[in-house]
Design a binder for this molecule. Sequence first.
Ligand SMILES: [Fe+2]
Length: 240
Amino acid sequence: MLFRQLFDQDTGTYTYLIADTKTQAAVLVDPVVERTERDLKLINELGLTLRYCLETHIHADHITGTGKLRELTGCQSIVPEHAHATCADRFIQDGETLQIGDVQIKAIATPGHTDSHIAYLIDHERVLTGDALLIRGCGRTDFQSGDAGVLYDSVTQRLFSLPDETLVYPGHDYRGQTVSTIGEEKRWNPRFVQQLGESSAFKDRSSFIEFMNNLKLPDPKRMMEAVPANELCGRVSVEA
Ligand SMILES: [Fe+2]
């Protein structure tokens, strides 16, 4: 398997390129429209064929590259089930597996940051957590039908039940971190865990909800433009 982590500095967004080395079939997860040229150049240099663009969720902070990549390569766009995206070629639901040659990509429903969010487990060894679980953090829950209690359940019941050695690759990072593990986040993620001397314990659901509901973050700069565009796979409407 080929696995690459790509970064957009402007929005702190990670895009992932995953490919089967036998068939050269590739998938891009959460592409950013301004990085289309970079992504296509890499795909061409590596001799890959882009089959799918896969979204973890409808983003509020950047415009997806899916629409442009689909136009240029003929790849299919796949978004989580129930996402408001009329442009998608296909929807993916919890437990469904996407097979790319020998590479297995399994969908794990992880709502809470948005109401239709999916994490992707790649070959049982690494998980793309989108904005559900970030390194020592998590995505906000105060817009796009977010729900802090639902996010707490997704992370503590779905993601934290993966083996400790599973590598965690998030949808964003703002502090220069690139990869973690489930075991590390279960021990040190301050949103979900409190330190008790030498040991630690999970915070309870109600204190997590209270904390998340009082973050008072400003709206992402591009939200009014990004959400409607992403519902159209990245096409910016002239009326918008
Ligand atoms: Fe997001």
